[in-house]
Design a protein around this ligand. Structure first.
Ligand code: 3PG
Length: 305
């Protein structure tokens, strides 16, 4: 059995070693395709793979078609909007993610970016503190929960909205549940977006919602750019000089935002929420173990199709 690790944005070497150990201990072979520049390289590499570990790499219908021997693809991470699930299902290919494995890394980045923006991007001028500020968490999944934990350490007051999580779960973790997205945005100065990109959520963070945010608003996106209505975000920032936006996923209109709102926006050069040795080890090894478990024993926990 051949397990391919196809990562345009490579894992830390220590994580690749860990993946190799798991794969080889199971008697399987490991192949590595890192930092590829052409889709053709991916199409070629998947030809004889029985299993693939990916990150944000795109597994579309063409890749699925080229991967004639593929049985399973595991997204080492949370969001699997980069996998064409219907194409996988049509070919009997199992798709999985590794929920929670990189959540702390993303949470630490989210809080780090909040401090960075609150301190005026460390430009030497007087900024503000996070303590006592209200943070709204939009979706209380693995990342949202970790952000709440770290934010409480900063002395922030944490609220969350998640239609699928019981209020008691939030309350038990010292988080105030709110009844609607509108209430979350209207009551929190800091807002962390942690929703997945789905047909329902795409462009859902819009002018109507963002204008509700209190004075000194800071929107923090460590989820997906697709959930933001980017044209309407520009409008909000034009109308409100107090509004700041910081994102780990550069928007399509990055150049326009940087030019118009210098000092009020920041984008990491490459999505790096999950770019830590620890997160790479956690997610990469979890992916390798899930592949071994599936190919040897048919275990399909974390299957998403
Ligand atoms: C995720 O969904 O897990 C994150 O977006 C991480 O993506 P990455 O593996 O491409 O860094």
């Amino acid at each position: 059995m051949k397990v391919l690790v196809a990562t345009d944005k490579p894992f830390a070497a220590v994580a690749v070693n860990g993946i190799r150990q798991v794969v080889e201990a199971a008697g399987f072979e490991l192949a590595l395709l890192e930092k590829y520049t052409e889709k053709a390289q991916l199409l070629d590499a998947v030809k004889d793979a029985n299993a693939i570990i990916i990150r944000s790499d795109i597994i579309d219908a063409e890749v699925v078609e080229a991967a004639k021997n593929l049985k399973i693809v595991v997204r080492a991470g949370a969001g699997y909007d980069n996998i064409d699930l219907a194409a996988c299902t049509a070919k009997g290919i199992v798709a999985m993610n590794t929920p929670g494995q990189n959540a702390n890394a993303v949470a630490e980045l989210a809080l780090g970016m909040m401090v960075f923006m609150a301190r005026n991007q460390y430009n030497g001028t007087s900024g503000t503190e996070l303590m006592g500020k209200k943070l709204g968490i939009h979706a209380y999944g693995n990342v949202g929960r970790n952000i709440a934990r770290v934010a409480k350490g900063f002395g922030m007051e944490v609220c969350a909205f998640d239609a699928y999580v019981k209020p008691e779960v939030m309350q038990a973790e010292g988080v105030t549940p709110v009844a609607s997205v509108e209430e979350l945005y209207s009551s929190c100065q800091y807002l962390s977006i942690n929703i997945p990109a789905t047909p329902e959520t795409k462009k859902s963070i819009n002018h109507a919602l963002l204008t509700k945010m209190p004075k000194g608003a800071m929107l923090v996106n460590t989820a997906r750019k697709e959930v933001i209505n980017e044209e309407e975000l520009v409008k909000v920032m034009e109308e409100r000089p107090d509004f700041k936006y910081v994102s780990d996923i550069a928007p399509d209109n990055k150049a326009e935002l940087l030019e118009k709102f210098e000092g009020r926006v920041f984008f990491t050069p490459k999505k790096m929420g999950a770019q830590t040795a620890e997160a790479n080890i956690n997610a990469g090894i979890a992916a390798a173990k899930q592949i071994v478990g599936f190919l040897k024993d048919g275990v399909d926990r974390f299957r998403v199709n």
